[in-house]
Design a protein. Structure first.
Ligand code: ATP
Length: 221
């Protein structure tokens, strides 16, 4: 059975930190493919600085075109209204019809807000999560994982227990939440947008073709 990772985000713009996540999770979990899924309108973010969906999609295509095993889906862009992960997961469950094992990939910062997501409990029942570390305001990774444990137990359910052998949290009736330690890069789309505004080079933070695209379209300036 195929193993597929779903990796959603605003990708405004996609950066090397995202690509690092996709590649290392793919390798670490032996996934056949990681599908990047840009959100139509980010429910958790101010829509102010978000560039058009077609620009964000195009930048993802440019960023992944030379990497085997990475793909992109416009399923959220085609849906009207806000994008909700629960709908996206249901879409992939329907289209893959039980022929693939699917995982939802996200950074530590994102999962620490999961209780604000629509139908988050259903999401935890339906799909296994893979959480990657992300530098959080200068805290060490270990602090991040401790925060995750505290959050899961206090905000989601006291039934979560850690299974060290599989490196995951389990709770009866729910899919596992795997933790995946990667060589995370301290980069965010916010920082990239700020650097562009200040006319500073972003070549080290995004793939060259993405940098060229941003410049040619005059995005974020
Ligand atoms: P912004 O700065 O605009 O909030 P972002 O850099 O956080 O954007 P998103 O597109 O919102 O990027 O993130 C999509 C997903 O990728 C989230 O699950 C987020 O946690 C994860 N992610 C983004 N950057 C990194 C990184 N450098 N390391 C690990 N995970 C990351």
């Amino acid at each position: 059975m195929k193993k597929i990772g779903l990796f959603g985000g605003t990708f405004n713009p996609i950066h090397r930190g995202h690509l690092r996540v996709a590649k290392q999770v793919k390798q670490g979990f032996g996934l056949d493919q990681v599908i990047l899924i840009p959100a139509a309108l980010p429910p958790h973010k101010m829509p102010g600085g978000v560039v058009a969906a077609e620009n964000r999609l195009q930048m993802i295509l440019l960023a992944i075109e030379d990497t085997a095993g990475l793909g992109v889906s416009d399923v959220e862009l085609k849906r009207t209204g806000l994008s909700y992960t629960i709908d996206t997961v249901q879409h992939f469950k329907n289209t893959l019809a039980g022929n693939a094992q699917i995982f939802l990939i996200m950074g530590l910062d994102a999962v620490l807000e999961i209780d604000s997501w629509k139908s988050y409990d259903k999401l935890l029942e339906k799909i296994a999560f893979i959480i990657v570390n992300r530098p959080l305001g200068g805290h060490s990774d270990n602090t991040g994982w401790k925060r995750l444990e505290k959050y899961l137990i206090s905000r989601i359910s006291p039934d979560y227990t850690f299974h060290a052998f599989q490196s995951c949290y389990r709770r009866p009736g729910c899919q596992p939440i795997h933790v995946c330690q990667i060589d995370a890069l301290d980069v965010s789309s916010t920082r990239i947008r700020e650097m562009i505004k200040k006319d500073r080079p972003i070549d080290r933070l995004v793939p060259p073709k993405v940098a060229q695209y941003i410049i040619s379209k005059g995005l974020y300036s």
